[in-house]
Design a binder for this molecule. Structure first.
Ligand code: NAP
Length: 298
């Protein structure tokens, strides 16, 4: 294989300049970091979320060519309305990032995991609506967003879809997560794979990312200075990784740029864990990987 005719220049391999990207949940957290990375590097970015003021503040903060679409991805009808508006802005999408997500916590969380009465109570308090809403946003939404985006993606010469799942979909995070969240994120991993299997005739690549712990509105509390700080469990969970800390915004954005760019053209049906080695620790507990005692979660 000759390398002389190939370009190994960063700007040829990883450029997203001139592309058009849609990021659901682009107004905050991981979606905001991803949107900032695309916009900073010359992409047109369409950000979608329910809170108009949040979207507009993000567009102002990150600058570049950012279009805000207020919408709700939790139903097919909502997605259809969003994609109708997208059609007024562009006829091509190069990348769709399905980042919008929710996590509905236990109604009365407890760390008394060995107490049968406490555990039964916690589990029995989960409602139909908790399952339905979580699945609507974390599973159905990426399915409908992707299917409605297909006509736009087919006009691109490097179309791809990225689904933001979670390490919670790979393993049991007893102390941190609810059943509804973990199960929905496991479904999102498989959804990504099934979409890759269906969309290859259109040359659309579908890949998945499973983030570890990043401080966002979902996982952290805002202090008076506006900074997001992880709580006790979140802090411990972040420490329970080989890197021993939470993720930074750029560490989420970089793998997304890779999957979306020419450099990612050979990647399809990949599930990337972007977690500082958290999954390694989560699955490795039985084969001797041992971290300092204070990192063990109650
Ligand atoms: N932070 C982490 O440690 C972590 C770890 C693993 C996976 N994740 C995943 O990363 C993704 C982003 O989460 P995040 O941590 O960045 O939290 P976040 O800041 O709360 O972001 C969630 C985003 O989804 C949007 N959203 C929620 N429901 C929506 C709906 N029905 N329609 C349209 N938009 C909706 C929210 O905007 P509106 O409220 O304005 O609609 C918000 O911008 C989620 O899928 C989450 O599960 C996060």
């Amino acid at each position: 294989m000759s390398v002389s005719a190939s370009s190994f220049r960063i700007e040829d391999m990883f450029s997203v300049a001139g592309t058009t990207v849609l990021v659901t949940g682009g107004g905050s957290g991981l979606g905001k970091s991803i949107s900032a990375a695309f916009a900073t590097n010359g992409a047109k970015v369409i950000i979608v979320g329910r809170r108009k003021a949040v979207l507009e503040a993000t567009a102002k903060e990150i600058g570049g060519d950012v279009v805000c679409i207020q919408g709700d991805v939790s139903s097919k009808q909502g997605v259809e309305a969003i994609m109708k508006e997208v059609g007024e802005v562009t006829c091509t999408l190069d990348t769709l990032v399905n980042c919008a997500g929710i996590s509905i916590p236990w109604k009365n969380p407890s760390d008394a995991h060995e107490d049968p009465d406490v555990v039964s109570k916690m589990m029995s308090e989960v409602d139909d609506a908790d399952w339905t809403m979580t699945n609507n946003i974390n599973v159905n939404a990426p399915y409908f967003m992707t299917t409605f985006a297909v006509p736009f993606l087919r006009k691109s010469d490097n179309p791809s879809v990225i689904i933001i799942s979670s390490v919670a979909g790979l393993a049991n995070q007893r102390a941190n997560g609810s059943f509804t969240y973990g199960v929905s994120k496991a479904a999102a991993v498989h959804l990504s794979s099934m979409l890759a299997g269906r969309l290859h005739p259109m040359k659309i690549r579908v890949n998945c990312i499973c983030p570890g712990l990043f401080p966002t509105e979902m996982t952290a509390q805002k202090g008076q200075d506006g900074e997001l700080t992880l709580g006790r469990m979140g802090t411990k969970a972040a420490m329970r990784s080989t890197i021993g800390r939470p993720g930074k915004p750029q560490e989420m954005a970089a793998p997304v740029l890779l999957l979306a760019s020419k450099g990612g053209h050979y990647l399809n049906d990949v599930c990337l864990n972007v977690d500082g080695g958290r999954w390694l620790v989560m699955k490795g507990i039985y084969d001797g990987i041992h971290l300092p005692e204070e990192t063990y979660i109650d």
